[in-house]
Design a protein around this ligand. Structure first.
Ligand code: G3H
Ligand code: 13P
Ligand code: NA
Ligand code: ZN
Length: 328
């Protein structure tokens, strides 16, 4: 059934595990996630990003997720709207039946400019007031995703930063997080600890100076009743990069968030772990391999099937690794 995100995250907190929140854009990704969760008895969070809404349209995404709920009646599913850039985007999602929304007020409505703290409080509070009236869960974000390195380099996150900014200023301040929760009353808070969206997060395996896992402890100590969310949490597996290169892809050296760092983060209070890129890499590696091995094939079902299976395998790994298997 469709369930509330608050309910799932409360259960995860009580039992000390984390739930991967997978981004979905098409049928095969929805099928992969559901097959993985069903086999492992895991709860599901599927989320639609701004890019997904642009690609597939909100109505298609909503119906795909609803089809998943109908096909797997025993699996609890959250339909979450990821990175809403304005209260209007969140209202539209709620109207379509999303059971959870993210109001990302860390950036202004253009999705690029770093917003003021007061703006973030105002828009988040506004969404919380409306959402809670109809039982919808709200996630907010405080701090800026992306390292100084990735932000200066105009990466997928796209927002610019001025030269005077330091790495620490982008990260979530525990004191401010406490005030943010008090003022907005949100359910879940996305924190910035040095991760960024996309495949190019780190140019080396991250250490404490660029990935601030220890900071989570301090944030959680101030806001123990707010569920912490980690964005940009793909691990960018080296074997998938190698597979992509082997079959004609051109991806440069890059590192993601190691699974063991996420496991530590879960110990420190992270409950929702956003993953998109790892599924993209898995599907691309499988499709590239298929095309090289079967140059004569042209039926999309034939190459989308191994892509779906590769996505499912990654989802199963994350469910196991985050302690989420058997929790549905
Ligand atoms: O928001 C996080 C997603 O990984 C970005 O995805 O390119 O579909 O907007 P998008
Ligand atoms: P990745 O790009 O690391 O998969 O992050 C996805 C994300 O944070 C979606 O909100
Ligand atoms: Na989100
Ligand atoms: Zn994100």
């Amino acid at each position: 059934p469709l369930v509330s995100m608050r309910q799932l995250l409360d259960h995860a907190a009580e039992n000390g595990y984390g739930i991967p929140a997978f981004n979905v854009n098409n049928l095969e990704q929805v099928q992969a996630i559901m097959a993985a969760a069903s086999e492992l008895d895991a709860p599901v969070i599927m989320q639609a990003s701004a890019g997904a809404r642009k690609y597939a349209g909100e109505t298609f995404l909503q119906h795909l997720i609803q089809a998943a709920v109908d096909s797997y009646p025993h699996v609890p599913v959250v339909m979450h709207q990821d990175h809403g850039q304005s209260p209007a985007v969140c209202i539209q999602a709620m109207r379509l039946g999303f059971s959870s929304v993210m109001m990302d007020g860390s950036l202004e409505a253009d999705g690029k400019t770093i917003a003021s703290y007061d703006y973030n409080v105002a828009v988040t509070k506004d969404v919380v007031r409306m959402a809670h009236a109809i039982g919808v869960t709200v996630e907010g974000e405080l701090g800026c995703l992306g390292s100084l390195e990735t932000m200066k380099g105009d990466k997928e996150d796209g927002h610019g930063t001025d030269a005077t900014m330091t790495h620490d200023q982008l990260l979530t301040d525990p004191e401010q997080a406490a005030d943010f929760v008090k003022q907005t009353q949100l359910d879940a808070l996305a924190i910035a600890i040095g991760t960024s969206h996309g495949a190019y997060k780190f140019t080396r395996k991250p250490t404490g100076d660029i990935l601030a896992i220890e900071r989570i402890k301090e944030i959680n100590r101030r806001i123990p009743n707010t569920h912490l969310v980690m964005h940009g949490s793909s691990s960018v597996p080296q074997d998938l990069l190698e597979e992509i290169r082997k079959y004609g892809g051109d991806m440069k050296e890059t590192y993601g968030v190691p699974v063991e760092e996420i496991q530590t983060a879960i110990k420190y209070g992270v409950r929702k772990i956003n993953i998109d890129t790892d599924i993209r890499l898995a599907m691309t590696a499988a499709i590239r391999k298929f095309f090289v091995e079967h140059p004569g094939k042209f039926d999309p079902r034939e190459y989308l099937k191994p892509a779906m299976q590769a996505a499912k395998a990654i989802c199963k790994q994350r469910y196991e690794q985050f302690g989420c298997a058997g929790q549905a």
